[in-house]
Design a protein around this ligand. Structure first.
Ligand SMILES: [Mn+2]
Length: 360
């Protein structure tokens, strides 16, 4: 297994690559959607924003050249120059696929755009693309100073049923078909049909490009949120997604934290189930306390998940991809996000060492 690190777009650059390498990372997962600048949290570190009821601000330009094969190849060579492997790009900009999520009139045009991005990712030699097939996206979270030692951490305290504002998809304001405010209010069956349509078109493109599409579960994992249906909100629903289009290119961005927030089943048993099938493209390796509708994100060494037990299962089943810290509580100092991340990285690195030294 490998130690990976996630970076947001506003953090990209030599210092961040060096920070990741210094923490022991060999692999990077990069977000190219500019969440932080959209909501005015520009420079510096920081977790994914929690945003307001209005989301994180305006979506990006769907034709932003940052998504071109040339730009992706340049990113890869910059990352490699600092001794790291670019393992995955995480998430499409909502402006690129809002009508795919909403079943809107521009979905054909948008799926072509997504196909071109995936071809470019393959051309650039990046093996994985993570996505989250969700209308409301990561939302309904708050930051509160309730973590260990008063650390600021992400809390979910009850379901947020405030309807999404007109045009907001995946937390960002989009222009396309999202202007019909009723479109977010689909049924679960409709959402699964849209996912099937997306996978049937995109998985063959990904296969040809040598890329694995990797699905993140719904965070927070509730059946509905902000008046919209959610897709993967119980661990068993991942299997339904995999069975829609069986392929090595139809894989999982396996988020342990989100899975632990779900109410059904045993996390270790499900981890065994999915890693045995070789469906994990990478793992978000983080811990939480509680389950929906109430939980909080914790430091990696506390919380409900036995991280060591999970690692042993991954090892037993031959998982060989990266573990990425995903989110962490913020630590009280001049650089709360980096301190939290460095703490998580050291902990994961030590666990990896311990498990790799164990005989099978
Ligand atoms: Mn995650």
């Amino acid at each position: 297994m490998k130690l990976g690190f996630g970076l947001y777009r506003h953090q990209l650059g030599r210092d961040s690559y060096r920070f990741a390498r210094q923490c022991g990372a060999t692999h990077l997962v990069v977000h190219l959607v500019d969440y932080a600048n959209a909501c005015g949290q520009g420079a510096g570190g920081g977790n994914q924003p929690v945003g307001s009821e209005l989301g994180w601000g305006a979506a990006g330009d769907p034709h932003d050249p940052i998504w071109s094969a040339e730009s992706l190849a340049k990113l890869r060579s910059e990352v490699e120059a600092e001794g790291l492997t670019l393992w995955a790009i995480e998430n499409f900009d909502p402006s690129m696929w809002c009508d795919v999520l909403l079943g809107g009139p521009r979905k054909e045009e948008q799926i072509e755009l997504l196909a071109n991005v995936i071809r470019g990712v393959g051309e650039a030699g990046i093996p994985v693309f993570g996505y989250n097939f969700s209308i409301a996206g990561v939302c309904g979270r708050e930051e509160r100073p309730v973590g260990r030692g008063g650390a600021t951490t992400v809390v979910v305290d009850g379901a947020n049923d405030t309807p999404l504002p007109r045009g907001v998809v995946w937390n960002m304001r989009c222009d396309a078909g999202a202007s019909d405010e009723t479109r977010g209010a689909a049924t679960h069956d409709q959402l699964w049909e849209r996912l099937a349509w997306f996978l049937e078109r995109l998985v063959p493109v990904a296969e040809e490009a040598g890329v694995r599409l990797a699905a993140h579960p719904d965070d927070p994992p509730m059946p509905t949120l902000r008046g919209t249906p959610r897709l993967v909100y119980q661990p068993s629903m991942y299997q339904r997604l995999l069975d829609l289009v069986p392929s090595r290119s139809n894989a999982l961005e396996y988020c342990l934290g989100t899975l632990a927030e779900m109410t059904e089943g045993d996390l270790e048993a499900w981890t065994d189930h999915y890693s045995k099938q070789d469906h994990l493209a990478y793992v978000h390796f983080r811990n939480v306390r509680g389950k929906v509708p109430r939980y909080e994100e914790t430091f990696i060494d506390e919380g409900d998940v036995d991280m060591l037990a999970v690692l042993r299962i991954l090892k037993k089943n031959g998982y060989d991809g990266p573990l990425v810290p995903d989110h962490t509580p913020l630590m009280t100092c001049d650089d709360p996000w980096r301190a939290g991340m460095a703490y998580a990285m050291g902990y994961i690195n030590a666990l990896l060492r311990a498990v790799e030294d164990e005989s099978a």
